[in-house]
Ligand binder design. Structure first.
Ligand code: FMN
Length: 180
């Protein structure tokens, strides 16, 4: 079984990024399991906490280190990566020498109701992951603008063009991870 850890960068109850992530999860082929990494309950990281055993930190570090790949589906907050996502990345990059990110396969999707699709968040995230030695899927890039217009009242993606973008991304991503 190939394991994918999913990070949804929004803590919002009605997150449109969660809706986009659900669509991508539904495209996972047989033999691939996708499990969300819960990030909303993680205390803000400081290196002083490296001396302590913090259960929720150990939970996410283990989940990420056991994953074959990590998929980020995230909004943009003030032209960058949401604080909760950055906090998770920092937690999983430490203690020094124990980072989970080195050599980890990662992929990035951003979605926004705005015209730029959260591209700054996506590019900042790529830069952060690169500095940590992660491998990031290069193409297709997916920064989904006007994402709210692609969803129906149940939060399902029902716009044909968006479905086609998402499915293309999903098939490339899953094939890259599984090495089909
Ligand atoms: C603190 C904050 C900052 C935001 N900054 C941006 C931004 O820089 N660019 C953008 O496209 N949308 C921005 N937005 C709007 C989000 O794209 C919008 O709230 C979107 O619904 C977030 O995705 P979510 O529904 O998955 O949480 C911001 C929203 C918040 C709450």
């Amino acid at each position: 079984m190939t394991k994918i850890a999913l990070i949804i960068g929004s803590l919002s109850q009605n997150s449109l990024n969660r809706s986009i992530a659900n669509h991508l999860v539904n495209q996972a082929p047989e033999g691939v399991s996708v499990e969300e990494v819960i990030i909303g309950d993680l205390p803000l990281y400081t290196q002083d906490l490296d001396q302590q055993m913090i259960d929720v930190y150990e939970r996410v570090r283990k989940q990420l280190s056991e994953a074959d790949a990590v998929l980020f589906v995230s909004p943009e907050h003030n032209r960058s990566v949401p604080a909760a996502v950055k906090n998770l990345i920092d937690i999983a990059s430490r203690p020094f020498g124990k980072s989970v990110w080195n050599g980890k396969k990662t992929a990035i999707v951003t979605a926004s109701p705005g015209s730029y699709g959260g591209i700054n968040s996506g590019l900042h995230l790529r830069q952060i992951l690169q500095s940590l030695g992660a491998e990031t899927l290069n193409a297709p890039e997916l920064f989904l603008s006007r994402a709210n217009t692609a969803l129906n009242d149940h939060g399902e993606v029902n716009d044909e063009r968006t479905v086609s973008f998402l499915n293309k991304f999903a098939s490339t991503f899953y094939a890259w991870v599984v090495k089909l």
